[in-house]
Each structure stands twice: as structure tokens, then as C-alpha cells.
Design a protein around this ligand. Structure first.
Ligand code: GLA
Length: 513
């Protein structure tokens, strides 16, 4: 061997040793931590400049994948995995109050990207999103802030009768924007609703933007100037409401008020906001249901501190017997149920289940069986009259949830029936109760001021039904006058009974004195 040969032999063997050492290192790393390990984010579509990301913080070891998933308002821990980079499935779970929520994601690695998604329903295909690697720590759940000790929040003096107005969610969900809100305010001030008592124009979820460098909440592109919008709504003689969550995220995955309660309350006051709906949502990841009162108290105190009159609406789906502590945390109203849908079953399922809560309603503090669906198209006129009558008997907030810019005369008539609204808004503030039931027919009564009584004869069957109202059974034997509030006429009922035919899914609503 000459010198050149020796040199190149040494060089090659050195290189080979290096390569072997390197590949040993790589393969042992692969065994410790697989290619899926890392913090991944998938950005959802955005029509407003606020990008909602789902985070997959994964640790792959051999054929097991662990870690967490944070998507919209939810934060799950992975409890089971199958498969690997070429195709895997993750089962994840979280506690939501006393209930466990589970979710399954499916995914695969393609180059440097991960395709990952879930089925909205078991019978639907997986909707995949593209996730990319993001720095560690991005999208991490914030640390838990301990709830404050409980103390009674002073009553703000508002909502002496159930709030009346409109809310964007039922009809528009994420498609609500500045122009639509202005259009709704225009409509409400012109179509008789304002005269009938509707006043709050409430923007629900999806108005939120990011926080600025000082931590102030901003609006997203759909709401270029909230102060200007409030000025506009006020110029129509109406009031503006807004929405947030005590959690880091709202239900739709936008920015919540977590850790910014006082700052947000100040921002709302500066914008000219008159009403806040505060929706549990992402708070479920940090707090138990038992801690709800303390968490709601925080915002109740923050709103009071602004000095601006702001109606405080609690939305936590009626958990933890909210009616028992809602007033103590400053609440003017509290949702008693999950979300209403524009169907007969949903509306009646909620409305007729409110009987036991009657004792908790009083001026300044109301049970809220959710917003109205009247005019959204899923029910018949008779069914919407039942909806309106039932909510009036329940002393429920009357928050229309339809597109006020395009209403049929029938829907305007239902929503602006002043005699029915007078029942809802009666200053005695007593919620009605079931007084009689036979099969699908029910009579509910509500005591009104001045010794009057509202009597609603409901027919929950599809077929017309004959009902004989027996005044003595209702404690109304001494009645002098009876007025039908949908026919707008006085009824002559000399005897002790009033036989009446009630249309299928319909109602006869009477005011008895
Ligand atoms: C929850 C509430 C709804 C609505 C949505 C918005 O579901 O119960 O009324 O506010 O959140 O994301």
C-alpha cells in the first residue's frame, strides 16, 4: 500500500465509524420518541381574521401515543391510541362537570404535515385538517387561577321585569357581523318591536378578536368598531349586549375572559355595552361545577365595579342548581337548560320542564329557558304562539332569535302581541305553574298584579282537543272578566266552566280577573 492508499483507507474507515455511530444514535432516539412527537397545530377556516387552532401535543413512544388535544372549548387527555405515523387513531377524554366527554381523532403523517380530524357524527366521514409543527408551549392551557372566596354581590337594580330584546345566535351563529346588527336594530326600531318593549340587541359568540399587547380584548374583522356600533344602536333608542366566557375560550373557540375579567368589564363599559351573556364553555377545563358560583361572582363584581348598568346573564345550562345562587353572584337571569332548537320537541321539552323552578323567579332575577325560535321556520304559527305563550307564563326573558329584517306579518304579530307581552312583563314577577293536566292537555296559571291571573290552556297533541276549563279547580271561582289574549276579545262565561277547543299544538291564553 502506498501512502495515498493508507490515507484514504483511514479516512473511509473514520467516516464509516461516524456513520454507524450516527445511525445508532438516530435509531435509539426513534425508539424513545417517534416522529409524531411534538406540538402540532391545525388552523380552522376563518372568515373574520381570528384563527381558531386545534392543538395536538403528542408523545409517541413505539406504538403508543400519549398527550393532550385542545380544540375550541375542550381540552382532552389522550387515553388510548392505535396505529402509527401511517395511520393512527386517538381516543381522548375529559371531565365536564360530573360527566366524561370522549372524542376520537384519526390522523396520519404525510411528509412534515399531519392530517388529523374527527367525525362530527359516527355516520359521517372524518373531516381532516392539516396540522403543522409549532413551538412547544404554544396553545398550552393556562395555569388555573384559584376561585375567590364567596361573597354576596350587590343587586345591580336592573331587569325588574324579564329582559326583552334579540340575540344573534339562534339564526346567525358565526355569521353575525356589524352590518347585520345595524340592520336588526333598524328593523326593531321600525317594525313595532321597540314599541312592544324589545330593547336589547345582543351579539352572541364570534365577535371576539385577539388580545392586544396590554391584554385588552379586541374585536375581529366582522366588528370593525364596537363603540361606533353601540353608539348606532343607542341612537335608535335601543341597547347593545355582548357575550363572553369565564374560560380561556368561548364555546365557539374564541377568546374568553379568563384572567381578564375586570379588564374586559371595563372594555365593555367603555364601548357602551348594556348586557353581558357569560357562557361557561372553556371554564369547564379548569373548574368543577361546585366552583361555578365563585367564578360567576368574579364577573358579577367586575361589572358592578365599572359603574355602568350592565344586565348580567349567566349561561351554564342550568347546572349546579344555578337558580339557588344566581342572584347572589349578581345574576339577573340564568339559563336553566341546554340549547334550544327550532323544533316543537326541543321548545316544549324545555318549556314544560320549568315547573319546579317557579319559586326562584322574582323581579331582578329570572329563570331563562333560552332564546326564542319564533320566525326561524321550524315550527308552525300555532306552535310559535305556544312558544310565546309558554315563555310569557314562565316570566321568561323574551329574546327573539330570528332575522328581524325579513319577518312575515304573522311572526311580527306573534312577537309583538302586547297583551301576551303584558303577561310576561307583569310587575309582580311571579312565574307561572302547571295547574291541571289530562293526557296531552295542560293548564298553566300565572298570578298577575292587581289580582289578575293568566291562564294558558295548552294542547300538546297534534289533534285539536276540547278542554273544559273549570274555574273552581283553578281557584278562580270568583272571576268577573275573561279575555282571550290571542283573539283580543272578552269572553262571556257566565257559568263555572269554560269549554274551549284548542288547536293541535296550540294554546288558548286568557287573562282572568
Ligand atoms: C352555547 C350557548 C348558546 C350560544 C353558544 C355560542 O352553546 O348555550 O346559547 O351562546 O354557546 O357559542
Amino acid at each position: 500500500m502506498n501512502r495515498v492508499c493508507v490515507k484514504s483507507y483511514l479516512l473511509i474507515s473514520l467516516l464509516l465509524t461516524g456513520l454507524v455511530a450516527l445511525s445508532v444514535a438516530i435509531s435509539s432516539q426513534a425508539q424513545q420518541s417517534g416522529v409524531l412527537t411534538g406540538n402540532w397545530a391545525a388552523a380552522g377556516p376563518s372568515n373574520d381574521g381570528y384563527i381558531r387552532k386545534a392543538y395536538f401535543n403528542l408523545k409517541q413512544e413505539g406504538d403508543s401515543i400519549n398527550g393532550t388535544i385542545r380544540a375550541t372549548q375542550f381540552f382532552y387527555k389522550i387515553i388510548k391510541s392505535t396505529g402509527g405515523p401511517d395511520g393512527f387513531s386517538l381516543e381522548a377524554s375529559m371531565m365536564d362537570g360530573k360527566n366524561e366527554r370522549k372524542v376520537t381523532y384519526e390522523g396520519k403523517l404525510i411528509g412534515n404535515e399531519m392530517q388529523i380530524g374527527r367525525r362530527a357524527r359516527p355516520d359521517q366521514p372524518v373531516t381532516f385538517q392539516t396540522a403543522v409543527r409549532v413551538p412547544d408551549g404554544e396553545g398550552a392551557m393556562p395555569a388555573r387561577i384559584e376561585p375567590p372566596p364567596l361573597r354576596k354581590v350587590r343587586y345591580n337594580g336592573l331587569a325588574k321585569t324579564p329582559p326583552m330584546g334579540w340575540n344573534s345566535w339562534n339564526k346567525f351563529a358565526g355569521r353575525i357581523d356589524d352590518a347585520t346588527v345595524r340592520g336588526i336594530a333598524d328593523a326593531m326600531s321600525k317594525n313595532g318591536m321597540k314599541e312592544a318593549g324589545y330593547v336589547y340587541i345582543n351579539i352572541d359568540d364570534t365577535w371576539e378578536g385577539y388580545r392586544d399587547a396590554q391584554g385588552n380584548i379586541t374585536t375581529n374583522k366582522k366588528f370593525p368598531d364596537m363603540k361606533a356600533l353601540a353608539d348606532y344602536v343607542h341612537s335608535k333608542g335601543l341597547k347593545l349586549g355582548i357575550y363572553s366566557s369565564p374560560g380561556p375560550n368561548t364555546c365557539a373557540g374564541y377568546e374568553g375572559s379568563y384572567g381578564h375579567e375586570e379588564q374586559d368589564a371595563r372594555t365593555y363599559a367603555a364601548w357602551g355595552i348594556d348586557y353581558l351573556k357569560y357562557d361557561w364553555c372553556g371554564a369547564r377545563n379548569l373548574y368543577t361545577d361546585e366552583e361555578m358560583p365563585a367564578i360567576y361572582q368574579k364577573m358579577g363584581e367586575a361589572l358592578l365595579k365599572t359603574g355602568r348598568p350592565i344586565v348580567y346573564s349567566l349561561c351554564q345550562y342550568g347546572r349546579q342548581d344555578v337558580w339557588k345562587w344566581g342572584p347572589d353572584v349578581g345574576g339577573n337571569l340564568w339559563r336553566t337548560t341546554g340549547d334550544i332548537r327550532d323544533t316543537w320537541d326541543s321548545m316544549t321539552g324545555i318549556g314544560f320542564r320549568q315547573n319546579d323552578l317557579a319559586m326562584y323567579a322574582k323581579p331582578g332575577h329570572w329563570n331563562d329557558p333560552d332564546m326564542l325560535e319564533i320566525g326561524n321556520g321550524g315550527m308552525t304559527d300555532a306552535e310559535y304562539r305556544t312558544h310565546m305563550s309558554l315563555w310569557a307564563i314562565l316570566a321568561a326573558p323574551l329574546l327573539a332569535g330570528n332575522d328581524l329584517r325579513s319577518m312575515t306579518p304573522a311572526m311580527i304579530e306573534i312577537l309583538t302581541n302586547k297583551e301576551v307581552i303584558a303577561v310576561d312583563q307583569d310587575k309582580l314577577g311571579k312565574q307561572g305553574k302547571q295547574a291541571w293536566k289530562s293526557g296531552d292537555q295542560e293548564i298553566w296559571t300565572r298570578p298577575l298584579s292587581g289580582g289578575a291571573t293568566a291562564v294558558a290552556v295548552f294542547n300538546r297533541s297534534k289533534e285539536d282537543a276540547k278542554v273544559t276549563v273549570k274555574w273552581t279547580d283553578l281557584g278562580l271561582a270568583n272571576k268577573k272578566t275573561v279575555r282571550d289574549l290571542w283573539l283580543h276579545q272578552d269572553i262571556t262565561t257566565a257559568g263555572s266552566e269554560y269549554p274551549v277547543t284548542v288547536a293541535g299544538h296550540g294554546v288558548v291564553l286568557l287573562r282572568v280577573k
